[in-house]
Design a protein around this ligand. Structure first.
Ligand code: SAH
Length: 368
């Protein structure tokens, strides 16, 4: 048990719940019941957990325990089906979580290809939830709106998991029955909140029931944590935000590169133990006439040579105070062509929810 008694059950693992029920003089198996009620059934209050005896439910409440589900402060609906949620926590801080249903032939939010759903009666065939790991972000990438917020604080494991259960609940969706992908690509740098991020992953797999093979975490390049992730028995797939093809450019666009440069980043990628049929993803935001030339594309080819990777190209999603412009489609296609010709699977990410400021790099809690 943590030293400070938590008031929120969400975020506790089976071991911590076992300590809690035993302290309360209850049999150990009640921990499993609590675990299932919180993570799989999405109970909103101990009072409503009908598998537990009345007197135990009451004593949990008397001790100040709540489930601790975050609340939906606002919801923005895009014309493309994307929903941006502004989700707030007990201390009043908030983050954004994005729901992206897939019902066409486009590319899924996790970078895989959506199937052909023509003729399907269903509104969507799979969905991706993009979750945040921190309130704001400390990394200071020059093209990203979240950077403008600075970092306010880390999210707890319970707050990370809570985004998922809250959105699943709001959408009336059940993992197991519905195909749900998760991407840790919202606000924040997950690898600067590593312990809570990885604990959340375990709770999402064991409790909420989403397979690790349906999860992808994206990092700006916190090299030591790339090594750590490779050692985890349960882990998402890895995506790395490359965004530049040489150190001079990357230092300028992503100051984190001054700490861990391209050579360190690429060698961490090289050492990363991939599972059967798994690939690394490199993301590359294209900034008009800054990092999107043919010469840049050829440098990317050299950087990733010999790696089992695919590359996702993202044409800049513009925003106020972002000093870059979006390249024309022809430039994006030409860049892609250089990589494809070198044998690198390269996809162009379709922006999701740009009209509601929900797309990559646009999450800054815009409320209008
Ligand atoms: N901090 C992590 C997780 C955020 S993922 C990371 O950097 O990987 C966000 C993705 O969106 C990153 O690949 C980032 O490069 C990309 N991105 C950031 N700003 C963007 C913008 N304005 N337009 C398009 N993509 C952007």
């Amino acid at each position: 048990m943590p030293e400070l008694k938590p008031t929120s059950l969400l975020g506790l693992d089976l071991q911590e719940l076992t300590a809690l029920v035993e302290n309360a003089g209850q049999p150990g198996y009640r921990a499993r019941q609590l675990f299932e009620a919180i993570y799989a059934q999405r109970a909103d209050s101990p009072e409503h957990i009908s598998t537990l005896p009345q007197e135990f439910r009451r004593s949990l409440q008397e001790q100040g325990f709540s489930v601790g589900l975050p609340s939906i402060e606002k919801k923005f609906q895009s014309i493309d089906g994307t929903v941006r949620y502004l989700i707030s926590f007990a201390d009043g801080q908030s983050v954004e979580t994005v729901w992206m249903p897939e019902g066409d032939n486009g590319e899924a939010g996790d970078g895989s290809e959506a199937g052909d759903e023509s003729g399907s009666a269903r509104r969507w065939d799979r969905a991706t939830i993009c979750i945040s790991s921190q309130v704001g972000c400390a990394v200071d990438c020059q093209f990203c709106l979240t950077a403008l917020l600075g970092v306010k604080r880390n999210l707890s494991a319970g707050e990370i998991v809570g985004q998922v259960t809250t959105v699943l609940k709001d959408q009336g969706v059940w993992p197991g029955r519905d195909r749900i992908n998760l991407v840790f690509m919202g606000m924040g740098e997950p690898f600067l909140n590593y312990a809570n991020f990885i604990k959340a992953v375990r709770l999402l797999v064991e409790g909420v029931g989403i397979s690790e093979s349906r999860m992808t975490v994206s990092t700006a390049g916190i090299v030591p944590r790339i090594h750590d992730l490779g050692q985890e028995p349960v882990r998402p797939k890895l995506a790395i935000s490359l965004n530049a093809s040489n150190d001079e450019l990357r230092n300028r666009l992503m100051p984190i590169n001054c700490k861990w440069n391209l050579e360190m980043l690429v060698s961490a990628a090289r050492e990363f133990p991939l599972r059967n049929r798994e690939r690394l993803t490199f993301e590359y935001v294209l900034l008009n006439e800054v990092n999107d030339s043919m010469a840049n594309a050829r440098e990317v080819v050299e950087l990733v040579r010999g790696l089992r990777v695919k590359v996702n190209l993202i044409a800049l999603n513009p925003g106020p105070d972002i000093p870059f412009t979006t390249p024309q489609e022809a430039r994006v296609l030409a860049f892609q062509q250089v990589l494809v010709a070198a044998g690198i699977p390269t996809f162009i990410r379709r922006p999701r929810g740009r009209d509601i400021f929900a797309a990559c790099g646009q999450l800054k809690r815009t409320v209008a």
